[in-house]
Design a protein around this ligand. Structure first.
Ligand code: KG4
Ligand code: ZN
Length: 380
């Protein structure tokens, strides 16, 4: 077991993240460099650009050959904010080994390998989804803006609704490295469907799900009837979102035709009320679908697995959605369960969760503490 300070590095997608954490779980610093400015013009992530940006952003410690005023220099600023001059107090480096974009993962891993070699530190490979799922067990979480019971320690077993841009899974977490997949998406992730609908309405990649949520607040969720995904499948805890997105696309086409709005016109700018109603209807349908499967998953645990999870936990980027939090809170009340959500900045990708998952793994005695040359990445 390592004691002292663990550095976390996360580069699975388009955020370059570095954090420093004590092994007790105290957050010393957490840097997140977003790449919106790079990907916005493409309306989505360009994997090659993402990898290059991670490359430019991370390697100051190795003598970054690309001085850049565009990015914060992640490792340097993480050390600085933690009040540290160098890596002498760091006892290990945790890094996301996957799943994620191949190029992005490779850059992060190559960087951490070199860092560990140069400073003679052990490398701690972490699964990205496990990191999301364990965030809620961090002892020193700041309180979130939404009321809830965030301050209480979350004990196993709990149900995790893991909804991000890359993944959507319903998990029963019984312990560190003990997860049961109850259901998941059969096509798009929830975040992806938010992003796609946001784009259909004319929003930028940066606005994405967050922008859609904001717009939906102004809308009437009853105005349009959208098909409920997997409505006829009564025994599954799975999710599906691509049909819903298609339905929004078709609805949008017919509204454009009726109202004489050209195909290229930005819906949010041309007819904000209509765009807001569509956003609200989409959100309502998607989130009700999330709740139905989650409730079914909880019943499955009680009836078929004889496990009574005490709490519901929501994590991943979409977990910052206030409407989702509210609906899950209602559901938890019905089920007489507790509800927990990490603060927003720990819901979206960050390196605190990566370092913390490594610490949990060490405590439970089931993480590989390896030499850097042994590190491999997983793409899926
Ligand atoms: O966990 P995350 O930062 O990255 C992945 O691992 O994918 O999640 C990003 C996703 C994006 O799809 C983004 O649109 C979505 O989370 N998202 C939201 C909200 N904030 C972020 N979706 C709905 N409502 C939000 N408030
Ligand atoms: Zn993520």
């Amino acid at each position: 077991n390592l004691s002292g300070i663990i550095m976390g590095v996360e580069t699975s997608c388009d955020d370059t993240c570095v954090a420093l954490l004590t092994t007790e779980g105290k957050i010393l610093s957490s840097e997140v460099s977003s790449q919106y400015a790079i990907h916005n013009p493409f309306g989505g992530i360009k994997p090659n650009h993402a990898a290059r940006a991670h490359e430019a952003n991370l390697p100051f410690v190795m003598g970054n050959p690309f001085p850049s005023n565009f990015f914060s220099q992640s490792v340097e600023s993480a050390l600085k904010k933690a009040g540290m001059k160098d890596l002498s107090l760091v006892s290990g480096v945790a890094v996301t080994r996957g799943p994620g974009l191949r190029g992005s993962l490779e850059v992060g891993l190559a960087f951490v390998k070199q860092l560990c070699r140069e400073h003679n530190l052990p490398l701690l490979p972490v699964h990205h989804l496990e990191a999301h799922a364990l965030t809620v067990r961090l002892p020193q979480r700041e309180t979130s803006t939404t009321s809830g019971r965030e301050a209480e320690p979350v004990e196993f077993p709990y149900i995790t609704v893991l909804v991000s841009g890359g993944h959507s899974q319903l998990l029963l977490c019984e312990g560190v490295m003990k997860y049961r997949l109850l259901g998941g998406t059969v096509d798009d992730s929830l975040g992806e469907s938010y992003d796609k609908v946001a784009r259909l309405l004319g929003m930028t990649y940066e606005e994405g799900g967050k922008g859609l949520e904001k717009l939906a607040v102004e809308g009437d969720p009853q105005r349009y009837k959208l098909p409920r995904p997997l409505y006829k499948v009564k025994k599954s805890c799975d999710w599906s979102f691509s049909g819903l997105k298609n339905a929004v696309n078709l609805l949008l086409a017919s509204i454009r035709e009726e109202e004489g709005i050209p195909k290229e016109a930005n819906m949010v700018q041309t007819s904000r009320k209509t765009a807001a109603d569509i956003a609200a209807c989409f959100q309502n349908t998607a989130l009700e679908h999330i709740i139905t499967s989650t409730e079914r998953g909880i019943d499955y645990c009680t009836i078929n697995l004889d496990v009574q999870p005490e709490s519901v936990v929501v994590c991943g980027g979409v977990a910052s959605n206030e409407r989702l939090r509210g609906m899950l809170r209602e559901m938890a009340k019905r089920k007489q369960m507790k509800i927990h959500y990490p603060p927003v900045r720990l819901c979206t990708d960050n390196a605190v969760m990566v370092a913390w998952a490594a610490i949990e793994g060490m405590r439970a005695g089931n993480i590989d503490i390896i030499r850097p040359e042994e590190a491999r990445f997983d793409e899926v």
